[in-house]
Ligand binder design. Sequence first.
Ligand code: FMN
Length: 350
Amino acid sequence: MVTLSPSLQARLTTPLLIGNVAVKSRVLQSPLSGVTDLVFRRLVRRYAPESMMYTEMVSATELHHVKQMPKIMEVDPNERPISIQLFDCRPDFMAEAARKAVEEGADTIDINMGCPVNKITKKGGGSSLLRQPKVAEAIVQEVVKAVHVPVTVKTRIGWNDEEIVILDFAKRMQDAGAQMITVHGRTRAQGYNGNARWEWIGRVKEVLSIPVIANGDIFSVEAAVQCLQQTGADGVMCSRGTLGYPFLVGEIDYFLKTGENLAPPTPIQRLECAKEHLQALWEYKGDRGIRQARKHMTWYAKGFVGAGQLRAELSLIESVQQGVDLIDRAIAQLVNGYEIIEENQLAIAQ
Ligand SMILES: Cc1cc2nc3c(=O)[nH]c(=O)nc-3n(C[C@H](O)[C@H](O)[C@H](O)COP(=O)(O)O)c2cc1C
């Protein structure tokens, strides 16, 4: 059980100001490649209507070469606030991409300076920018010049334990014109392993005047509150905790605003949500949506008897109907299971 101190609650119930964009929630849904498409964001927003959401990261080089806007950059005209995340190492391509992103409806432009994937870092993008602060500065400066919306940066604490550069790097990004910085409290070398080192996020907060968002290991309301208390950050960003659980951002947001916990979804509600997610992915992306849905479905199927078997089956679905049938069968079994428990309890009670 976690409680919110009155001072923390007072601080967190004011809007988050990202330049001239006021966001009425201090909980953000992170960009997740292969996950945070329009369909997923709609589900998250149902529970967290005021939160800032991010597209998957978009390559500025690819954008330069294609005629048609990629689907990952598509934004629903009603979904606000929304940030389009870009990555690359070329300031001119980034500026061009940012202009296109604003045309698509982005409220802010986020620059990815944290991705650890070799394919990206070898080309000078993502977390490799932590080792090229001058290039990183030039990117921010050019993007700021190119668009009228706020420009933000998402990064890590450093390349490895020998190169934890975040204090200097974050200041440079602020001086270059970034209006907010999100810090994932891991080094590039850590990947997604070990703990996020929130203590570094607290130090960043001490030296910057722009908002600092804490990211890494925010898997629950408790973790969010502990992180906000420990770091003094202006908000928290949820990532892996939302995989198969689009309720998390809303749960934390609700707690920060009211001091009360929402009832967590039951396994049946989670499966109903999985079914809706599957059907929407199919409608939005066709067969490719089904292939992408497999991983989502396995993330939803957790925390009840028979979940392992269901996960194995859902990871192989070839059609929307096959997935729907499997989920419906699991829901029916859960419903029957609950009846049995209730009957037993009734028997005991009698
Ligand atoms: C599947 C996956 C995809 C990700 N894609 C992106 C991305 O497109 N852009 C980005 O800035 N970070 C991306 N990240 C990093 C997360 O946004 C986040 O910084 C990281 O997972 C740490 O938070 P966590 O410990 O709560 O998961 C991704 C992470 C995962 C697991």
